[in-house]
Design a protein. Structure first.
Ligand code: BT5
Length: 330
């Protein structure tokens, strides 16, 4: 693949491929057939050799690695056409000790999940449905901001690659024009003083065109928003680079620099909000988010209330679900 890409758009002779890879012509031909079966369009001419015509819109590990440039995030990729939930697969792989920064990605999920057992719509080939496994050397109590770090990484990547003003709603939904394009589900396996592993599950609606009726009003995709398809590999690579960049900052300098980025992109501070908590509903002025990631509300009587979790709706209009921590979800 690498040789075909390097010579693109020219032909590369079978002989050069044989020499470079140290394999026979028959082996080259077999390899070309496998690539074709995987969706790569490759022309073959008797005297000219092979020419790459088209790369399929698939999140194959080779495509993710091509030009990725990270040190550890996404270096190991577990690719699936189909998964029940990449978070579940990631947990199984982490239980068996997969490498730090490993990426689990699927073209579709049949049991994609949000928080509290909610369902996440993940149609084939239309989005980025993935999970990243990390082994952060911190106490479990210091891990919750990692979900917010994930939101910052994705929002920055979307802004860079698609050039649209992706915003963040507390704690980690990514919105475009008030509609949800991305959700994050972080799950932790920990002991009292030690994190065994952390899974950051990311769902981005990249080229989704149709949503189930019950979601339609509140969600969108990059393709719907811009009118153009977006290359998933390019957006994924940028997201992985941003994740690694921010993760290193967090490990070295703590959460403050990440929180600054987060606030710059937040679209729900300084306005009236309603937060549906597990037990009650609180309304107030969204004044700030503190260094632990708690939302600070100014209540009607002037007092301040810190919230660790809840479903936020903006009083001005739209109603979307936000984070809630329960069990091992962050
Ligand atoms: C989330 O939960 O937003 C976290 C979603 C994480 C999904 C990723 S995909 C890869 C990885 N593997 C998994 O199994 N999960 C992760 P929450 O805030 O609870 O929002 C869930 C709600 O969002 C649902 O109840 C729906 O209302 C809505 N929803 C479902 N599918 C959606 C979609 N594709 N786009 C936008 N909203 C959606």
């Amino acid at each position: 693949m690498y040789l075909l890409k390097e010579s693109h758009p020219e032909f590369i002779s079978g002989e050069i491929i044989c020499r470079n890879l140290g394999i026979s012509r028959t082996a080259v031909w077999k390899h070309i057939q496998t690539l074709r079966a995987n969706g790569y369009e490759i022309a073959a001419l008797p005297h000219a050799g092979y020419q790459l015509l088209n790369v399929p819109d698939r999140l194959y590990p080779e495509e993710i690695h091509d030009g990725l440039g990270t040190e550890f995030i996404g270096r190991k990729v577990y690719y699936y056409e189909h998964a029940i939930s990449t978070n579940e697969t990631a947990r199984e792989l982490a239980d068996r000790g997969c490498p730090d920064g490993a990426l689990v990605i699927a073209e579709e999920q049949s049991g994609g999940k949000g928080r509290l057992g909610r369902k996440w719509f993940s149609p084939y080939g239309k989005g980025i449905w993935c999970s990243i496994i990390l082994y952060p050397p911190v106490n479990p109590s210091d891990a919750p901001p990692l979900t917010m770090l994930g939101a910052v990484a994705i929002a920055r990547a979307i802004r860079k690659v698609v050039q649209v003003e992706a915003g963040i709603k507390w704690p980690n939904d990514i919105l475009l024009d008030g509609k949800k394009i991305c959700g994050i589900l972080s799950e932790m396996n920990a002991e009292i003083e030690r994190i065994n592993y952390l899974v950051i599950g990311i769902g981005i609606n990249v080229n989704v065109e149709d949503f189930p009726e019950e979601l339609e009003d509140n969600v969108t995709s990059l393709k719907i928003y811009t009118g153009q398809p977006v290359k998933r590999t390019v957006l994924l690579q940028e997201t992985l680079r941003e994740l690694e960049y921010l993760y290193k900052i967090w490990l070295q300098n703590g959460f403050q620099p990440i929180l600054r980025f987060w606030k710059e992109m937040c679209v729900m501070l300084n306005q009236m909000v309603r937060v549906n908590g597990i037990k009650d509903i609180v309304e107030g002025w969204a004044e700030d988010v503190d260094e632990h990631g708690n939302l600070i509300l100014r209540l009607g009587d002037g007092s301040l209330k810190g919230l660790v979790a809840g479903d936020v709706s903006l009083q001005g209009g739209f109603d979307l679900q936000a984070n809630r921590r329960e069990g091992s979800s962050l």
